[in-house]
Design a protein around this ligand. Sequence first.
Ligand code: MG
Length: 397
Amino acid sequence: MVTPAVKRLAILGCTGSIGQSTLAVVDAHPDRLRVVSLAAGDNAERLAEQAARYRPSLVAMATDDGLARFRAATSWTPGTLASGAEGLIAVATHPDVDIVICASAGTAGLEAVLAAIEAGKTIALANKEVLVMAGALVMAAARRRGVPVLPVDSEHNAIHQCLHGRTAGEVRRLILTASGGPFRTMPAAQLAQVGPADALRHPTWQMGRKITIDSATLMNKGLEVIEAYWLFGVGPDQIDVVVHPQSIVHSMVEFVDGSIIAQLGVTDMRLPIQYACSYPDRWPAALPPLDLTRAGRLDFEPPDLTRFRCLALAFRALRAGGTLPVVLNAANEVAVECFLGQSLAFQDIPRVIAATMDAHVVEPVESLAQVRRVDTWGREHALSVIRGVELSIEVPE
Ligand code: MG
């Protein structure tokens, strides 16, 4: 028997939900996967446990304070410790790394992903912001350097599986499935009353707080539409969204002959993470098999763009292109944060985003510095819009 080559991993965002699932995939395939470097945001205690178990050559945390807490908590110290943006880049570009699992939250991973591409690493992308904000820069760099960008997001991973061996000319459209979130059937009047606790109750997936709110507003699907545009090189009109409450069909591709190929599976992120690691091969997985006779039925319905305006806003940003998706993402992050802090109503999330987009003069994306500048502007503008909303509530008649 031929011993399989070991693939060596860097994990950006190792203590989050995707990071932990990635380590579970490593546990299931100790002869095929090895952890070389780990980057965490703030969770020093969990990173300390992971370092003791996987013995990486390098660990990084977002801040020096985090690193100090890691040192205090760890029973095993790696050869190298780093922090901040340089730490993230060091983890992503470590010379022994083959694949970078990019699962860090928010926009912190942008520079690290670009540095990893320049260093020739395969990118397994779980972070949406990287492509939503800088898709033009990231994909151009990957093409120039001949580096694959493999999707970990379950929908894009599904499409990647469906497209296997097919050419762009054979594709009519991509069909992204959406669970519809916890408010799929809720009337618009009731949506005005929902709070963070309601929105955090996702029917099919266990995820972080920000992405769970994005699933409730359908912004998550909107960001995924933009992500699909960059990953698969199709036009905005070749991407459709279908609500599929069971989350069993993870997405589909319709080909020019009318055939639709779908990928089905259990709702467990270990499956797409493993495929990104095993690609182009398939490995056995230690997951419960999908029993379609127990699933019973598969429902599909069109998304309601009047109750879930965020999805329509994302299509608008994609069609306009340039820096508008950066503004969409920045305003959304601020609005979601305020919703979680109970200073913004659920239905005001799309209002804040639309007002911020309306105020933006779109530019073609040319540099990361420009993306950062527009991102900052979008956040500041969204905050000023939100302060205006609060004022209008608080000022007496
Ligand atoms: Mg997804």
